[in-house]
Ligand binder design. Structure first.
Ligand code: PEP
Length: 259
């Protein structure tokens, strides 16, 4: 059984301003650095995903710390007439090391297809960014008994053309759509069941070395109060956190629960 380091991501979505973002980031950095030694990180990998305009400023303070800075999205081309879009090399240029693909708000509000998510994932990995691929079912899909089919289909398309070697730079976030920003968290048992299915899917494509090592985060109304029970599940390797990442107190408490 692999010894996976949990990964805790803070997805700020379209929240914060420059001042509050810098304040949250510096309080997270202070906490994470206080529990890390110079060459050994805290026991959890911590990534903040600020809005694009604040990425460079946030990275200027995460850069020398044990906290990483990531981006919430990217476009599939490297350059060109794509008004409003941001490329992988631009993200790397301002210090991002990781990017989210397939977040449910991009799938369900912006209308991104599974195929587009797969293209974004491939582009990011080819460009040297690590990727957190988000998957998850809607409430109707869950009630119809289709959760595992939906999630496995999103994985197949989201990871299309990705080699076993490249999978070392992939994290998967299981985020049931009905749990995101709603206060309804999946029970640890329900989340664990889907995480096992995700790991089995990865094993069927890439073998057990890859599936044992890949981190699978849970996301959906994770808070300090429910984090410990979720992290106690053997296949839950940390969390992608939205609302509770907007104050350092609650985000740091979630990091602490993962240690
Ligand atoms: C998210 O944005 O990925 C998320 C899980 O949000 P929340 O924690 O607010 O449900």
């Amino acid at each position: 059984m692999a010894n996976r380091t949990p990964i805790i991501g803070g997805n700020w979505k379209m929240h914060t301003d420059l001042e509050s973002g810098m304040r949250i980031a510096s309080e997270v950095i202070d906490y994470v650095d206080s529990i890390s030694s110079e060459d050994a990180p805290a026991g959890a990998d911590v990534v903040l995903y600020p809005p694009f305009p604040y990425l460079q400023a946030i990275e200027s303070i995460t850069g020398p710390s044990h906290v990483q800075c990531g981006a919430q999205d990217l476009w599939i081309e490297e350059e060109g007439a794509f008004t409003g879009e941001v490329s992988a090399s631009m993200l790397k240029d301002v210090g991002a090391s990781m990017v989210l693909t397939g977040h449910s708000e991009r799938r369900h509000i912006v209308g991104e297809s599974d195929e587009l998510v797969g293209q974004k994932t491939k582009r990011a990995l080819d460009s040297g960014l690590a990727v957190t691929l988000c998957v998850g079912e809607t409430i109707n899909e869950r009630n119809a008994g289709n959760t595992l089919d939906v999630v496995c289909n999103q994985l197949s398309k989201g990871l299309d053309g990705i080699s076993a070697d490249a999978m070392a730079n992939v994290v998967i976030a299981y985020e049931p759509v009905w749990a995101i920003g709603t206060g309804h968290t999946a029970s640890p048992e329900d989340a664990q069941e889907v995480h096992v299915a995700i790991r089995a899917h990865v094993e069927s494509v890439h073998g057990s070395d890859v599936s044992n090592n890949i981190c699978i985060q849970y996301g959906g109304s994770v808070k300090p109060e429910n984090a410990k029970d979720l992290f106690a599940c053997p296949d839950i390797d940390g969390a992608l956190v939205g609302g509770a990442s907007l104050t350092a107190d609650s985000f740091n408490a979630i990091i602490e629960a993962s240690l």
